[in-house]
Design a protein around this ligand. Structure first.
Ligand code: ZN
Ligand code: ZN
Length: 165
């Protein structure tokens, strides 16, 4: 990646706030430094980790969730759609701001996400792919086991799982 022009997060936020179109789209949304990347629909806040190597693209990704007003979901497949559309939105914003987001980063992030969703859909007893009953429960049609999954709202949680193995 020859991306020597990647701005610092503070100057990126200043750039967003001085852009008419973006400041309108993001009116009322707070940017909060933290140790994760997270869009909170209830608080209207985007949390970002300024120490992350890929802070800028992941920050723009969360901004994408914010602009699209993503809130709750019923099935994991809906989450995947939200992830894709948040990246699409992040790309649009990056074009406005003249920033390059590496497509490989997006692809690997979505792949990680798919893997993560796939793994949680597997029955812990017999490895059959289960059926999702509620946002937090799966059910195995082969051995009738039921299992719970975590609420999947933090994009960083997915990446944490990826990097922790
Ligand atoms: Zn996301
Ligand atoms: Zn099973």
């Amino acid at each position: 990646m020859e991306n020597s022009t990647t701005p610092k997060i503070s100057s990126l936020i200043a750039q967003i706030q001085s852009n008419d179109k973006l400041s309108q789209l993001l009116d009322g949304i707070n940017f909060v430094p933290g140790d994760t990347f997270y869009w909170n629909y209830t608080d209207c806040s985007v949390t970002y980790n300024e120490h992350s190597k890929d802070c800028i693209p992941f920050f723009l990704h969360e901004i994408g969730h914010a602009i699209l007003k993503h809130s709750s979901y019923n099935k994991d497949v809906e989450l995947l759609k939200m992830e894709c559309s948040a990246w699409d939105e992040a790309k649009k914003i990056s074009n406005i701001l003249n920033i390059n987001i590496d497509d490989n980063l997006i692809e690997s992030s979505l792949d990680t996400y798919r893997d993560w969703l796939h793994n949680r859909s597997l029955c812990p007893k017999c490895d059959t792919t289960g059926i999702q009953k509620t946002p937090k429960t799966y059910y195995c049609i082969s051995c009738y086991t039921k299992w719970n999954v975590n609420e999947a709202r933090s994009c960083a949680l997915r990446r944490y799982i990826k990097y922790s193995d």
